[in-house]
Design a binder for this molecule. Structure first.
Ligand SMILES: *[C@@H]1O[C@H](CO)[C@@H](O)[C@H](O)[C@H]1NC(C)=O
Length: 471
């Protein structure tokens, strides 16, 4: 055995060393891309290669903003230079059309060349009806006189430009940008556009919205970081954080792998069929008046929140109708508040989440019925969540009661979400006595399940009560 083992282990050592060497070489190869300075060099190099293409050969459409006079050191105002670059890009050659009336710019790029640009007016698009354009690779900072209601990048047409399309823009991509609103206005506005991508952006110092999406559909916000103040949590000024990280006032958008680290409201949703996934909100604790995700679409919510992390700040949903919250983690007594506006709640799943808190007895799901009780409730499932240091609430309660007598009562109020709404009960009656009693469910009002028998017997009763469906 030892003889055969020896060469084997030697072989393993060699394999291990070989693997290590491969990883090491890999690491060396990829390291230039991690170094921002060298990364910038490589971009510049790629661009000069593009521009050095022989005369007569059509050049790829890369609009380098410094060649328009933009100042990459962030000292002088680059607004006009950047707007000229945007204007040239939008008025560039057409490669046919995308959606009806949207000119395909063929993938033209506005390259910020790793610079930091000061701007005093929103970079708003001068023409409508364009698509397939990328703006990438640099920092934009609002100057001290930037309009307080403006957005650094404003994907909406300047006033009164007619568009032959139902939508303003299609497939505009904003990537690898740091947007600093300098506590004046917001970061990005997208209005009535299709298939906009916001990818790997860091948006800070906004006073209104980090990103606002108005109308249109399919704005996809990915792998981005938004915060009014740059903090890593536990900020002593957290009480005064204001503004909204992402404001979705449109349908069919998606927010994935996004962190909101400072704002009064992390994500505000007032359009349908949006999906939030991999969102980490620690924007402002509930105790300070903050909200992680606010769903302000009473009566037609149609929102999915999955795989997210609500960190000391919770979710508020007004009259939720079709809402799914699952596979998410709520930390620091964060909870879900279902708020009655017209007393409607229908098609709500809050399942398979984890809640952790500090043993203050905070309910994981709460009802706000200040404007009136929830009176139209159907298809609501709050179940299979787990808790640590918080109080479980559910629409399904399971309890066993034991006793020797003719009556057994299970009071399920501590778990059940609604005050008086058991729709269905199943129970198992187990008696060890010699007699064979007749038993029945006698009462379930006020979440108290009463089971009685005709004979006094020793019995254990397992009860499952469900408030979910009225069907
Ligand atoms: C059921 O219990 C409630 C109190 O929880 C009581 O007011 C009501 O009269 C009971 N109903 C019946 C039919 O016994």
């Amino acid at each position: 055995m030892t003889v055969t083992r020896k060469p084997l282990s030697l072989f393993m050592v060699i394999t291990f060393l070989a693997t290590f060497a491969t990883i090491h070489v890999h690491g060396q190869n990829s390291s230039p891309e991690r170094d921002p300075l060298q990364f910038r060099d490589s971009l510049v190099q790629r661009n000069s290669e593009l521009y050095n293409s022989p005369p007569g050969k059509p050049r790829p459409l890369v609009y380098d903003v410094t060649s328009y006079g933009a100042d990459p050191t962030g000292v002088s105002d680059s607004t006009n230079a950047l707007l000229r670059a945007i204007s040239d890009a939008l008025k560039g050659p057409s490669n046919g059309f995308l959606s009806k009336g949207i000119v395909n710019l063929g993938g033209a790029q506005i390259n910020l060349q790793g610079g930091n640009y000061l701007i005093s007016r929103p970079l708003q698009f001068p023409v409508a009806g364009r698509g397939n354009l990328l703006i990438h690779g640099g920092t934009l900072k609002a100057s001290n006189n930037f309009p307080a209601d403006g957005y650094l990048i404003d994907i909406s047409p300047s006033s009164n430009i007619g568009s032959s399309s139902a939508f303003n823009y299609e497939f505009i991509t904003l990537r690898d940008l740091l947007l600093d609103s300098n506590y004046r206005g917001g970061g990005i506005q997208v209005a009535n556009s299709l298939r906009t991508s916001i990818d790997n952006c860091y948006i800070t110092h906004f006073t209104t919205n980090g990103i606002i999406v108005r109308g249109g559909h399919e704005t996809y916000i990915r792998s981005s970081y938004l915060g009014q103040h740059i903090t890593a949590g536990g900020d002593r000024d957290e009480k005064s954080f204001s503004g909204t990280g992402i404001n979705l006032m449109g349908n069919d958008n998606s927010v994935t792998d996004v962190v909101i680290f400072s704002a009064a409201i992390g994500i505000m949703v007032s359009g349908q069929a949006n999906t939030l996934s991999g969102v980490h909100c620690y924007n402002k604790a509930t105790g300070f008046g903050g909200t992680g995700i606010y769903l302000k679409l009473p009566g037609l919510t149609q929102t999915r929140i999955v795989n997210s992390y609500l960190d000391f700040t919770g979710i508020v949903a007004e009259d939720p109708v079709q809402l799914h919250i699952s596979s998410s983690f709520f930390l620091g007594d964060a909870y879900i508040l279902l708020k009655s506006i017209n007393g409607v709640m229908n098609g709500v799943n809050i399942v398979d989440n984890m809640f952790a808190g500090s043993n203050k007895g905070i309910d994981i799901v709460q009802l706000d019925q200040q404007k009136g009780a929830f009176k139209e409730v159907d298809q609501v499932v709050v179940d299979r969540n787990n808790v640590k240091g918080m109080k479980l609430k559910a629409t399904v309660a399971r309890q066993s009661v034991q006793g020797n007598g003719k009556s057994w009562i299970a009071d399920l109020n501590s778990v059940l979400l609604f005050p008086n709404r058991i729709k269905r009960v199943q129970y198992t009656f187990i008696t060890t006595g010699n007699s064979f009693p007749i038993h029945a469910l006698r009462n379930l009002s006020s979440n108290r399940v009463v089971i009685q028998s005709n004979l006094a017997v020793p019995a254990t009763i397992f009860i499952t009560a469900d408030q979910g469906n009225s069907l």
